[in-house]
Design a protein around this ligand. Sequence first.
Ligand code: C5P
Ligand code: MG
Length: 197
Amino acid sequence: MSEIVRAPGGTIVIFVLGGPGSGKGTQCSKIVKDFGFVHLSAGDLLREEQQNPNSKDGDLIKTYIKEGLIVPMEITVKLISKKMQESKSNIFLIDGFPRKLDQAEFFCKNVVEPHFILFLDCDKEVMKQRLLKRGETSGRIDDNIETIEKRFKVFKEESLPVIEYFEEKEKVHRIPCTESPDEVYLKIRPLLEGLSK
Ligand code: C5P
Ligand code: MG
């Protein structure tokens, strides 16, 4: 993976993690509005790459997303690392990554250790209802009940161990997030106030 470059000293990365429909994208938009950090959504980067006609990975990404599976990390880490290198900013909110233990270990070792993790901890039924509602207008191939169930299973089996991995490093802020976006954000905002660009 020659394109992966270690982040320069002073780079701050915050991982925003949580199950599908936990509100990662929504909370990141609020943070960006207030703090101006650079938001990189792994899912959005993968969807963008999937639609790039010059990409050799488009078909593979589509299949994985449709099945709710985790795309091999070589692809995802490369997309994130490229965006980080292109940016002049030094504070990054990375949403929906790492989704699997190998991604977490690789990124910590080869790019940068995260400053902390925001874990949006949400009730499964609430997430399901949000995703079904979003599916009415999102046009996403994975916002349907069959794929949603698969995404929940993958989250539990592959992504929760990532939270445990960072809990051992005492880096996790667990944010209950079944309330409204504004109420959830009230709990997140104070955690970011000390960070400056
Ligand atoms: O985060 P989001 O819900 O947008 O992710 C949508 C899908 O993108 C996931 O279900 C998964 O198939 C893929 N993905 C991935 N690896 C990541 C993030 C997302 O494979 N780190
Ligand atoms: Mg998202």
